[in-house]
Design a binder for this molecule. Structure first.
Ligand code: ADP
Ligand code: ZN
Ligand code: ZN
Length: 716
C-alpha cells in the first residue's frame, strides 16, 4: 500500500461525471487541496481545482503531470467541499464546482489582473513623506490632502499616470473603490419586535442558527439586517447579503453605506469580468466587509464570515436554471451551518419550504407584524370583475381618480407584457398561436408584431385573418401596453409610466424612473414583476392587481403560493409613506376560496393553510421532489427515454410517477415530458439519483433526447 505515489484529484469544468488524477508538476510536491492548477486535458489545457490527494485509480505511469500551479490553496477545503456537495446533490458533474467557485477571469488560463480601482487616496506615509525634491508628487499630495479623488480627475488635471503608479508602488498612495464615505447615520429607534429580532441574531453569533424573519412589507426587516450587520462589522466579521435580483442592489447599497459607514461590495452577473474578479479578491483577502450579491455570490470566499442574510427568500430567482441547478437560499443555509454562523432568511411572504422547516424545528421564526414607524398596512378590497368587457374596470377608475386627486401615486400590476394576450378573428374564430409552442402569440401593437413569450418567435401582425381573410381581428384581454393606453386616455392629466422589459431598455432607465417617481408627483405606474419587487415608493397610496384568475386554476401545485406572494408583495407597495394606502384585487372569481382567504390580508395564515393542504397531498415541502426532464423534436423520444429511466431508477423508497407531459408540453418545437421522483427524504432521494447518474447517461434512448435532473424542482 503506502508505496503507491499520491496523485492530485482535479476537477475541470467539463460535463463528465468524475474528477481526474494528475501527478505533481515535475520536480515539485503535490499542490494542496483547493489549489488552482493548469492541467493537460485531451488536446488542450484547462484550469482546474485540486479536490483531493489520492492513490491514483489508474496506472500511475499513464498519468500526466499538472502543467502549472497557478494559485496554491486558493479555495478553502470547506468551501470546495460545499461546492462538490452541491454538484452531487443537484445532479451536476463535479467539474461544475469550478464554475461555482471561480469567477470567469480565474477560469481562464492566463493570469488576469483586475483593473485599478477608480479612486486614489494618500496613505499615512504619503501624508508625511518629504517630497521637496519631487514637485510632481508634491502636487499629487496637494490634490489629495482633503481626501480621496477619482484617478481620472487627477489625470485630467495634468498629472501623469506614471507619477501615480510610482507613488502607489512606493506606498504613498492607496487605491480605493470609492471616495470615503460620510459618517454613518444612526438610523431610527427600533421597535420591540425589531429589537427582539436583532438580539436573536446576535445571540447566535457563535453558532449556526437559521432565523426566518417573517415581517410584513415595510415592517423594517432591512433595518434589522443593517443593525445586526453593524454589530458584526464591529467585531471585524464579514457580512454577506443575498438578494434575488440585480435591480435591487443600488437601493440596498446606498442604504448600507449611509448606515454602516462602510463600503458595500457588489457581486452579480451585470458586472464586468474585472469588477467581479475585484470583488472576489476583496472577499478572499477580507477587505470586502459587506457584500451584496445575487445567488452566485453564495460561493464567494470569506475569510472572517460572521453573518449571511437572504433577502426575499421566497423568490424563485434564487434557483439556478442550468448547470448545477442549485437553490441559492438552500446553499446559503448549508454554508452557514458548515461555518457555524447565523443566517437570516427574510421575507414578507416566506416560502412554504421555509415555513415547513420552521414547523419541524429547524428554523426559528421571528415575526414583525406591524409596519415600522407611522406607516400602516393598506386597506384591502376585492372587486368582482365579471362581465366588465374589455375596457377599464369602473371601480378601478373611480379608485384611481380618488387617489390621484388627493395627491397619491398609483401602481397597477399585470403579469403580461404586450398589448393583448390573444389576437382572434371575429369571423371564423382563428387565433394567432405559436407553431412551436402550446401558446398564443401576444400582440404587441407598438411593435406591429406577434411575439411568442416562450420561444421568442416573432412575426409581423397579419393585416387580415390568414384562415378566412376577414380584416376584423379582435384583441382579447389587456397586457401592460394596452393598459398604458387606456390609462393615458382616462387620466390625461397625469404621467403614465409603463414598467416592463419592452419599455425599460436597461437598468438605468428603471433607476431613473424610480428616482423621479420618488419625487412624489401624482402618476400611474403600470407594469409586470419588475414593479412587484421590494422597491420603496413612499408616494404610492393605491396598488392594484389585475387579472390573476389563471393562477386560480393552474395545474401547477405551486401556483396558489406564488399568487399569494405576488398579491401580498404588490399590496405592500401601497401606503409605505405618511398616508394610508389602499389595495384592490380584481378577479372574476371573488368567491374562490383562495381569494377569500387572501382577502383577509394575513399572508402567514394563508400560507399555513396551503402548507396543510400540501402535507395532506404528500407534495413538497412535505416530501422531496426531483424531476427528470426530457425533450426532443419527436414526441415519442422523451417518453421512451423516461420509461427506460423509470426502470433504472425503480426503488422501494422512491415513488416514480410518469412519464407525464410538462405543463407546456410543446415549447420551442420540443416535446417536453418528465418523470416525477418523490421520496420522504431529500438526502436519500438525491443519493439514489446520484448512484444512477452515469447509468442514465448510458441508457440507449438518452441519445435521442435532451435531458437533465432537477432536484427540488420549482417549475413544472
Ligand atoms: P422592509 O425591509 O421590511 O420592507 P424597511 O427596513 O425597508 O422594511 O423599512 C421600511 C421603512 O420604514 C424604511 O423607510 C425604514 O427606514 C423605516 N423604518 C424601519 N424601521 C423603523 C423604525 N423602527 N422606526 C421608524 N422607521 C423605521
Ligand atoms: Zn378568420
Ligand atoms: Zn413559441
Amino acid at each position: 500500500m503506502g508505496s503507491a505515489p499520491l496523485a492530485a484529484r482535479v476537477v475541470v469544468p467539463v460535463p463528465l461525471p468524475r474528477p481526474f488524477d494528475y501527478l505533481p508538476p515535475s520536480g515539485q510536491t503535490l499542490p494542496p487541496v483547493g489549489s488552482r492548477v493548469l492541467v493537460p486535458f485531451g488536446k488542450r489545457e484547462c484550469v482546474g481545482l485540486v479536490v483531493d490527494h489520492q492513490a491514483p485509480t489508474h496506472a500511475s505511469d499513464r498519468l500526466k503531470p499538472i502543467s502549472q500551479v497557478l494559485d496554491p490553496a486558493l479555495v478553502s477545503p470547506q468551501l470546495l467541499e460545499l461546492a462538490l456537495w452541491c454538484c452531487r446533490y443537484y445532479g451536476a458533474a463535479p467539474g461544475e464546482a469550478v464554475n461555482l467557485l471561480l469567477p470567469g477571469a480565474l477560469r481562464r488560463i492566463r493570469g488576469f489582473r483586475p483593473p485599478p480601482l477608480p479612486f486614489l487616496a494618500l496613505t499615512e506615509a504619503g501624508r508625511s513623506a518629504g517630497l521637496e525634491r519631487a514637485p510632481r508628487q508634491a502636487e499629487v499630495r496637494e490634490s489629495l490632502i482633503d481626501g480621496a479623488r477619482p484617478r481620472q480627475e487627477l489625470i485630467e488635471q495634468g498629472i501623469g499616470s506614471e507619477v501615480l503608479r510610482r507613488m502607489h508602488q512606493a506606498g504613498l498612495l492607496q487605491e480605493m473603490d470609492r471616495a470615503e464615505l460620510p459618517a454613518p447615520e444612526p438610523g431610527p429607534t427600533l421597535n420591540a419586535q425589531q429589537r427582539h429580532a436583532v438580539a436573536a441574531v446576535l445571540a447566535a453569533r457563535h453558532r449556526f442558527e437559521c432565523l426566518l424573519l417573517a415581517g410584513i412589507t415595510g415592517s423594517g426587516k432591512t433595518e434589522v439586517y443593517l443593525r445586526a450587520a453593524r454589530r458584526m462589522l464591529a467585531r471585524d466579521r464579514q457580512v454577506l447579503i443575498l438578494i434575488p435580483e440585480i435591480g435591487l442592489t443600488a437601493q440596498l447599497v446606498r442604504r448600507i453605506e449611509s448606515r454602516l459607514g462602510a463600503p458595500a461590495r457588489v457581486y452579480h452577473s451585470g458586472l464586468s469580468e474585472g469588477e467581479r474578479l475585484a470583488c472576489w479578491r476583496a472577499a478572499h483577502d477580507g477587505s470586502a466587509r459587506v457584500i451584496v450579491g445575487t445567488r452566485s455570490a453564495v460561493f464567494l470566499p470569506l475569510v472572517r464570515p460572521g453573518l449571511i442574510v437572504v433577502d426575499e427568500e421566497h423568490d424563485g430567482s434564487y434557483k439556478q436554471a442550468e448547470g448545477a441547478r442549485y437553490h441559492g437560499r438552500d446553499v446559503a443555509v448549508m454554508r452557514a451551518r458548515r461555518l457555524g454562523i447565523p443566517i437570516v432568511l427574510g421575507s414578507a411572504t416566506p416560502s412554504l419550504e421555509s415555513l415547513h422547516n420552521e414547523y419541524q424545528g429547524r428554523y426559528r421564526l421571528l415575526e414583525l407584524s406591524e409596519r415600522a414607524g407611522t406607516a400602516r398596512l393598506p386597506r384591502w378590497r376585492v372587486t368582482d370583475a365579471r362581465g366588465r368587457g374589455g375596457g377599464l374596470d369602473p371601480e378601478l377608475v373611480t379608485a384611481i381618480r380618488r387617489h390621484l386627486d388627493t395627491g397619491g401615486q398609483v401602481l397597477v400590476y399585470r403579469n403580461r407584457r404586450g398589448y393583448a394576450p390573444v389576437l382572434m378573428c371575429a369571423e371564423c374564430g382563428w387565433s394567432a398561436d405559436c407553431h412551436r409552442c402550446d401558446a398564443h402569440m401576444t400582440w404587441h401593437q407598438s411593435a406591429a408584431s406577434l411575439q411568442c413569450h416562450h420561444c421568442g418567435h416573432y412575426q409581423r401582425t397579419p393585416p387580415r385573418c390568414p384562415e378566412c381573410g376577414s380584416p376584423e381581428l379582435l384583441a382579447l384581454g389587456a397586457g401592460t401596453e394596452r393598459l398604458e393606453d387606456q390609462f393615458r386616455q382616462a387620466f390625461s392629466d397625469v404621467p403614465v409610466h409603463r414598467v416592463d422589459r419592452d419599455s425599460m431598455s436597461g437598468r438605468h432607465d428603471f433607476d431613473e424612473l424610480l428616482a423621479s417617481v420618488r419625487e412624489g408627483q401624482p402618476c400611474i405606474l403600470v407594469g409586470t414583476q419588475m414593479l412587484a419587487k421590494g422597491h420603496h415608493l413612499p408616494g404610492v397610496t393605491l396598488a392594484a392587481v389585475l387579472d390573476v384568475d389563471q393562477a386560480l386554476f393552474s395545474a401547477d401545485f405551486r401556483a396558489p403560493e406564488r399568487l399569494g406572494q405576488v398579491v401580498c408583495q404588490v399590496a405592500g407597495r401601497a401606503g409605505r409613506g405618511e398616508r394610508e394606502g389602499e389595495f384592490l384585487l380584481l378577479t372574476r372569481h371573488p368567491e374562490h376560496p383562495l381569494v377569500t382567504d387572501l382577502a383577509r390580508g394575513h399572508y402567514l395564515g394563508f400560507a399555513r393553510r396551503l402548507l396543510d393542504e400540501r402535507c395532506a397531498a404528500q407534495l413538497p415541502p412535505a416530501t422531496a421532489l426531483a424531476l427528470l426532464r426530457a425533450e426532443a423534436h419527436q414526441v415519442d423520444a422523451p417518453r421512451a427515454f423516461l420509461k427506460q429511466a423509470a426502470g433504472l431508477l425503480r426503488s422501494a423508497h422512491i415513488e416514480i410517477i410518469g412519464p407525464l407531459p410538462a405543463i407546456m408540453t410543446r415549447r420551442g418545437g420540443y416535446w417536453r415530458f418528465q418523470l416525477w421522483l418523490q421520496a420522504d427524504d431529500r438526502a436519500r432521494l438525491s443519493a439514489h439519483l446520484g448512484r444512477h447518474y452515469e447509468g442514465l447517461h448510458e441508457l440507449p434512448a438518452s441519445r435521442q433526447v435532451r435531458w437533465h435532473l432537477d432536484m427540488d424542482a420549482l417549475e413544472l
